[in-house]
Design a binder for this molecule. Structure first.
Ligand code: XMP
Length: 316
C-alpha cells in the first residue's frame, strides 16, 4: 500500500544515489508537479538543485512572486528568476491565431530555458515533474489534437542531461499528498489547473498589454471572490477571458467603448467533458460589480454558459 512518508524517504535515497554530488536543473513553473519535484529535490540535495523560473509575462497575478517567496525566501532554494515578459510579448505581437500563439509560447519557453541552461556550468541532470497520467495520456493527446497542449516543462532532449523524474509513477492525488508532507502551502498543492501558455490563451486574439492586464486583474478578483464564497474548494476550474473586440457602454453619463470580460467556471472529472457551475446570482453580481469598478478598459461582464462539448474549457 502506497505511503507518502515511505515514498519520500525512498525517493530521497534514490535521488542521492542517482545524483551524487552533481547538479540538477529544474524548470520550476510553480504548478503542482514542478513544485513538488522542487520540494523533494531540495530535501534530497539542497543547493545542488538549480531551479529556473521563467516568467513569460502570462502568469496570474502574484504567481511568480509567490514562487520566489516560497522557494527562494522560505525554502532557501537555488532559484534563478528570469523575467522574459518583454521577450514573449514581442514574439506574440500581432499574432491572433490560437494555435500559432500556443506554438510561439511553447517554442520561446524552450529557447529561454536552454539559454539559461547553457549559462550554467557543471549541470548533469534535468529534473522533470512528469507524472503517471502524462505518460499514459501522451499517446491519445497527440493522436487527437484539438489544441496543441503544452506543459511548460516539456523540454528538449538534446541538452545532454540525464533525467530525474521522481513522480513518474504517481497519480495527481499522490503528488498532492507529497507536496503537503513536504511542507508546501495548501494553495500551491491544491490549486486549480492552469495551462502552460497561461493567460496567453485567455487574452483572446492578438495579445495587447491593456487586455492582458484586464484578464489578470479580473482573474484575481474572480479568484478572491470564489475563495470568499468557498467555491475555490468545490469548483474544478474558474477564470476570466477577454476578447479582442469592444462594445458600447455608458460611464459617468458619457459613451464608453471598452472590452468585455467573460467569466468561466466549470466542473469536470477528466477535462474531456465539462459542465458549467451554477453560480449564485448574488455572487456573480458581486464579482461583476467589482470587475466593472476595479478593472480598467472594461464595461461589460458576461457569464459563459457553454458546456464542453460544444465549447472547450479554455477559449483558445
Ligand atoms: P480545453 O480548453 O482543451 O482544456 O477544454 C482542458 C484542460 O486543459 C487545460 N489546458 C492546458 N493544460 N497545457 C496544459 O498543461 C496547455 O497547453 C493547456 N491548454 C489547456 C485547460 O486549462 C483545462 O483544464
Amino acid at each position: 500500500n502506497w505511503n507518502v512518508k515511505n515514498f519520500i524517504e525512498d525517493q530521497v535515497e534514490l535521488i542521492r544515489n542517482q545524483v551524487g554530488d552533481k547538479k540538477v536543473l529544474l524548470a520550476l513553473s510553480g504548478g503542482v508537479d514542478s513544485s513538488v519535484v522542487a520540494a523533494l529535490l531540495i530535501k534530497a540535495i539542497g543547493k545542488q538543485l538549480v531551479c529556473v523560473h521563467v516568467n513569460h509575462g502570462l502568469m496570474r497575478k502574484g504567481e511568480s512572486e509567490s514562487v520566489v517567496e516560497i522557494f527562494k525566501n522560505q525554502m532557501d532554494a537555488n532559484l534563478i528568476y528570469v523575467d522574459a515578459e518583454e521577450r514573449f510579448l514581442g514574439k506574440l505581437e500581432g499574432v491572433a491565431d490560437p494555435e500559432e500563439k500556443r506554438k510561439i509560447i511553447g517554442a520561446e519557453f524552450i529557447r529561454v530555458f536552454e539559454e539559461e541552461a547553457r549559462k550554467l556550468e557543471g549541470i548533469d541532470f534535468l529534473a522533470q515533474g512528469t507524472i503517471y497520467p502524462d505518460i499514459v495520456e501522451s499517446g491519445t493527446k497527440t493522436a487527437k489534437v484539438v489544441k496543441s497542449h503544452h506543459n511548460v516543462g516539456g523540454l528538449p532532449e538534446d541538452l545532454g542531461f540525464e533525467l530525474v523524474e521522481p513522480l513518474y509513477y504517481l497519480f495527481k492525488d499522490e503528488v498532492r499528498a507529497c507536496g503537503v508532507e513536504l511542507g508546501l502551502p495548501h494553495d500551491m498543492v491544491y490549486r486549480q489547473p492552469f495551462p502552460g501558455p497561461g493567460l496567453g490563451v485567455r487574452c483572446l486574439g492578438a495579445i495587447t498589454k491593456d487586455r492582458l492586464e484586464a484578464v489578470r486583474e479580473s482573474d484575481a478578483i474572480l479568484r478572491e471572490e470564489f475563495a470568499n464564497a468557498g467555491l475555490d474548494k468545490t469548483v474544478w476550474q474558474y477564470f476570466t477571458a477577454v476578447p479582442d473586440f469592444k462594445s458600447v457602454g455608458v460611464r459617468d453619463n458619457a459613451r464608453s467603448f471598452e472590452y468585455p470580460v467573460i467569466i468561466r467556471a466549470v466542473n469536470t472529472v477528466d477535462a474531456m467533458t465539462a459542465t458549467i457551475e451554477h453560480i449564485d446570482w448574488a455572487i456573480l453580481d458581486k464579482i461583476t460589480n467589482r470587475i466593472l469598478k476595479e478593472v480598467k478598459n472594461v464595461n461589460r461582464v458576461c457569464y459563459d454558459l457553454s458546456p464542453k462539448p460544444s465549447a472547450t474549457i479554455e477559449w483558445e
